[in-house]
Design a protein around this ligand. Structure first.
Ligand code: ATP
Ligand code: MN
Ligand code: MN
Length: 301
């Protein structure tokens, strides 16, 4: 169906450049945003995305025919990716190893986009030591019908609870419905300790305020509440990475926010792939200075 020609191959692109085919293909039918628009977005934000996205195992949400058609989650290489999409062998539960994907630079991001990737999700550990988590995420999932204000309130409460434990945390709009509270950690503890801490933290909150929070995934138990999804913190789980686009209507993106800014946000989809310039400017400003970085360790809980 797609008739957009490939770039003429008479002058091969310089080594650094990634050729994006079918730039005119509409990936987001609602807003009309194309694969070219998506590639331009990622090329622009690569410098501010890479500090969070580079050198960790990633899962991709690929939608080769656009977000309205079949999309799939991909964590292993099944061929076809460019040379800048790298592989890291990770031990599986059965004792064997599987290759996972990671990227090191802008070319890797763009080669994923060339393969139909819309979303980038990352492990909470880096490729140089996948057994040592360095990032905890509390993914706040509101029940249908809850107000975004409730989500913001929950994020703020979690921030203060974490601060009581000596932990600095950061807020990110997911680009979907919720907010992620991100806790950077110095590696040094096990996945077991990581998961355990996040589970107990979420359970303590839901015990203290059972009408606001739940720590169990069950939709039935979520009625009118916010699910504190701590399951992102298990070995092998991923969370959407800062500045990843989302395969949702309107091409929203996941965006780091200062805590004060969060209070003003009206939805988790406040930014889209059309906002690259704004995002770059923000990222250079004071509010986001140091976002996502803190030298801290898990306390005993
Ligand atoms: P929202 O704010 O709408 O909840 P989200 O990114 O937090 O957006 P969730 O459904 O809560 O979406 O999922 C949390 C995380 O779980 C995702 O960011 C993703 O990394 C991971 N995830 C979601 N679906 C899958 C899946 N099918 N396979 C693997 N991981 C998934
Ligand atoms: Mn979520
Ligand atoms: Mn979730």
């Amino acid at each position: 169906k797609d008739v957009t020609p490939e770039r003429p191959s008479a002058s091969p692109p310089p080594e650094q450049e990634v050729t994006i085919s079918s730039r005119e293909r509409v990936i987001f039918p609602g807003s009309g945003a194309t694969k070219g628009n998506l590639a331009d977005y990622y090329e622009a934000v690569a410098p501010i995305m890479l500090p969070f996205a580079a050198n960790r195992p990633v899962s991709l949400v690929r939608c080769p025919q656009g977000r309205a058609k079949k999309c799939f989650f991909q964590k292993h290489d099944n061929g076809g990716f460019g040379d800048a999409v790298r592989r890291v062998a990770i031990r599986e539960k059965d004792g064997g190893h599987e290759d996972y994907l990671f990227i090191e630079g802008a070319r890797g991001i763009l080669q994923c986009v060339q393969m139909g990737t819309i979303e980038f999700h990352g492990w909470g550990a880096r490729t140089d030591n996948v057994e040592a988590p360095d990032r905890m995420v509390f993914d706040l999932d509101p029940d249908e019908g809850l107000d975004f204000g409730d989500v913001k309130g929950a994020a703020r409460d979690i921030r203060y609870r974490l601060a009581d434990l000596g932990l600095t945390s950061f807020a990110m709009l997911s680009g979907g419905k919720g907010v992620h509270v991100v806790v950077p950690l110095l590696p040094g503890h096990s996945w077991e300790a990581h998961k355990d801490f996040s589970r107990r933290f979420a359970e303590a909150l839901s015990l203290a305020q059972p009408d606001r929070f739940t720590a169990t995934m069950s939709k039935a138990k979520r009625k009118g509440k916010i699910f504190i999804d701590w399951l992102r913190n298990q070995r092998g789980s991923t969370a959407v990475l800062p500045y990843s686009a989302r395969a949702r209507e309107g091409a929203p993106v996941a965006v780091p926010l200062g805590w004060n800014e969060l209070q003003e946000a009206e939805t988790a989809q406040a930014f889209t792939i059309g906002d690259a310039d704004r995002l770059l400017k923000r990222a250079r400003g004071k509010t986001l200075a140091g976002w996502g970085f803190a030298e801290q360790r898990l306390p005993d809980l």
